[in-house]
Ligand binder design. Structure first.
Ligand code: F6R
Length: 366
């Protein structure tokens, strides 16, 4: 798992680089998407269906598609998809996200979507996997084989490819100007290096795990596109260290979980911000206020903050820094320290981090 966490800069680079056309500042994806531009221009909705960590990538993707391509997105658990009788119609596509390409629930959801007349796009890490073969278009993540049961490098590569697809759709649909696309491409080019820098949090994360090794419950919180990262941080901790953890939208803590919050419930808060982005700055202010509230309730707070932030470290008990980037790309960096924290928690407890009990790499039966 540690090796795969450290392979993330390369996984992101290999997933992003071949799809960037630097001469004309465009995203090269038409062949892989394999759906005519005319049809993509007419889309009314995107459905994203996946399981576990892949669904968390889809949740982050929702913000990317809505912001860059102006298309409403619904995200479903593959295992729940059929139960809500999904009203899929014309002018929609269904994106199925799956590292293995063999997950039974996701495959069943894909078949249902097709049966209802939807085109499907698969995002998979395994070439020629069943789900990839059954899709109209396939966007591969080039993370390399992922062996450890907990998904790490495939997750960041999934978010990277979702971002590229959202930007591609934004361009095809005339939502994203040439200048905007150029600026995104510049940011994508430096993302692998930023992931490398984020890996420097490994030693601070190990020390954190040492301090918190006896904690029995954790709450992970984030707002907007950072909420799926809180969800995945909690999932990683549960599955590899067997410590109970929940992911929650920060603002929702007022609606129930606050009753639990005291010195025995450490809270991991995702609190990065993007300078010059009013929405992000507003969320940052709200996060500071939530952090003060948690401290008043005596909670121990571990914060993920943007490098150079002075306010968060003054309030939180522990701060892990991540490099500055745009809010839509930040999740790709933020997940790294949370993976490292889960990893060290498991190792300190003497657990087999690569093979957590009761889990398999691909869930091939419903
Ligand atoms: C968690 C994890 C699982 C998988 C899920 C879907 O770390 O690995 O939650 O994400 O079983 O698997 P794929 O992506 O292969 O469909």
């Amino acid at each position: 798992m540690l090796r795969e966490i450290f392979e993330q800069p390369e996984a992101i680079e290999k997933t992003i680089r071949p799809r960037l056309s630097l001469e004309d500042s465009r995203i090269k994806m038409a062949d892989e998407v394999n759906i005519p531009a005319e049809e993509l221009r007419r889309l009314n909705r995107i459905n994203i269906v996946a399981s576990g960590t892949s669904r968390h990538a889809g949740m982050a993707g929702q913000y990317m598609f809505q912001e860059l391509a102006g298309i409403p997105v619904e995200v479903d658990y593959a295992s729940e998809f059929e139960y809500r009788n999904p009203a899929i119609g014309a002018r929609e596509i269904t994106i199925v996200i799956t590292q293995s390409g063999e997950t039974a629930d996701t495959m069943a959801a894909q078949r249902l979507a097709k049966q209802k007349g939807s085109r499907t796009i698969a995002i998979s890490n395994v070439e020629g996997s069943t789900i990839a073969r059954e899709a109209d278009g396939v966007l591969y993540t080039y993370a390399g084989r992922e062996v450890s049961i907990a998904s790490t490098k495939a997750f960041s590569a999934q978010m990277a490819v979702l971002f590229l697809f959202a930007a591609y759709l934004g361009e095809v649909r005339g939502q994203l100007s040439h200048e905007a696309l150029k600026s995104w491409i510049e940011q994508l080019l430096v993302l692998p290096q930023k992931a490398e820098t984020t890996l420097e949090s490994s030693e601070p994360c190990r020390r954190l795990a040492e301090s918190f090794q006896h904690a029995e419950d954790f709450l992970f919180v984030g707002r907007a596109i950072h909420y799926p990262i809180a969800m995945d941080g909690a999932l990683k901790l549960k599955e590899v260290s067997y410590v109970h953890a929940e992911g929650y939208p920060t603002g929702e803590t007022k609606h129930g979980p606050n009753a639990l919050i005291d010195e025995n419930l450490p809270i991991v808060m995702v609190m990065t911000y993007e300078p010059g982005n009013p929405g992000s700055l507003l969320r940052y202010e709200k996060n500071l206020s939530a952090l003060r509230g948690f401290k008043n309730q005596k909670a121990q707070v571990i914060a993920l903050a943007s490098e150079n932030d002075k306010q968060v470290p003054a309030l939180a008990d522990h701060t892990i820094f991540v490099p500055q980037t745009s809010e839509l790309l930040a999740p790709i960096l933020e997940i790294i320290p949370l993976q490292l924290f889960a990893y060290y928690m498991a190792v300190i407890k003497g657990l087999d981090v690569d093979k957590p009990r009761n889990l398999v790499k691909s869930v091939m039966h419903e």
